[in-house]
Design a protein around this ligand. Structure first.
Ligand code: HSE
Length: 308
């Protein structure tokens, strides 16, 4: 039967000011997902990692995505999927989205690429709904399209790929778990008009900065007056990391997705590595285990690494 192996990139959602509407794909870390098309209309899941994620399809992010594709196709076939997660669940680096986007792209490949990217995002959002309780596409869309994406709307879906200049991304993952559903629950449901004005100025500034390749504009638009003040309390060392990284030359950054990871954008690799050292230093001092990635923007999203 037909089989494919895909690499599913981690993603940084929100990009500080763009809660639920902006995201970018990373070159590293990435999950590996192997998918096989079978005649029987069932989904069988094998874990190739130590995270013990549920293998019942209805409780597994990749599983619900595959079930939704099968249902769309009148259950004429099924899938066997093996997942090696290298993006730790609850890291804020789009772990669930990597499974969801990977499953959707791999299934599409085995089904002769009959679906558009936008349709794949629709299927994959079922996985996000399972993981975080709400459909949001700011990890899924960059995971499928690659690069930086703007999700102008999800009802109806309206995704825009945003050109970006060369950027290095440093991500620190303090080894604590923050569940997206919890990090969403603590948010205030109302915002002040003055904060909204500042925030949409920043979102527009960030998109313009990417498209113009204006690093200074990118840097000063990486400001969040709505979500970060609430969520940063869940992340030990957040203020120190942010201040020290900017002092070390980062353009700016903040919470990656719903945390606890923190990301910083830099113009060049030397600065991105300096930023990594600064992050390590903060967490060594606080005494929290951590993992740091120095990487870049992934322009292609989920990619096929082996077929046959
Ligand atoms: N936009 C989502 C949130 C991303 O911040 O809750 C979760 O990774």
């Amino acid at each position: 039967m037909k089989r494919v192996i895909v690499k599913c990139p981690g993603t940084v959602a929100n990009l500080v000011c763009g809660f639920d509407v902006l995201g970018l794909a990373l070159q590293e870390p990435a999950d590996i997902l192997e998918l096989q098309l079978i005649d029987e209309p069932v989904v069988r899941i094998t874990n190739r990692d130590a995270y013990n994620l549920p293998t019942e399809p209805e409780k597994n992010v990749a599983g619900v995505v595959l079930l939704s594709i099968m249902q769309h196709c009148n259950n004429a076939f099924g899938f066997e999927v093996a997942i090696e997660k290298r993006i730790k669940p609850g890291s804020g680096i789009g772990s669930s989205a990597a499974s969801a986007a990977g499953a959707a792209v791999a299934a599409n490949y085995l089904l002769n690429n009959q679906f558009t990217k936008e349709e794949l995002v629709q299927f994959a959002m079922n996985g996000e709904k399972l993981a975080s309780g709400v459909k949001h596409a700011d990890n899924i869309a960059p995971g499928i399209y690659g690069g930086v994406t703007l999700i102008r709307s999800i009802y109806p879906l309206d995704i825009i790929s945003i050109d970006a200049p060369s950027l290095f991304v440093t991500v620190v993952h303090p080894q604590i778990e923050v569940r997206t559903s919890d990090a969403r629950q603590i948010l205030k449901q109302q915002v002040q008009l003055k904060d909204a004005i500042r925030q949409w100025g920043n979102v527009a500034g960030l998109v313009a900065g990417f498209m113009k390749g204006d690093y200074e504009l990118i840097g000063r638009s990486l400001e969040d007056v709505i979500i970060e003040p609430v969520r940063s309390i869940l992340i030990p060392g957040f203020d120190a990391v942010k201040k020290d990284c900017i002092d070390a030359g980062a353009l700016g950054g903040g919470i990656s997705g719903s945390g606890p990871s923190i990301f910083m954008l830099s113009k060049d690799a030397v600065t991105a590595n300096k930023v990594a050292a600064v992050m390590q230093n903060v967490y060594q001092q606080i005494g929290i285990d951590h993992h740091v990635y120095v990487t870049a923007i992934n322009k292609s999203g989920v990619t096929v690494v082996e077929e046959g």
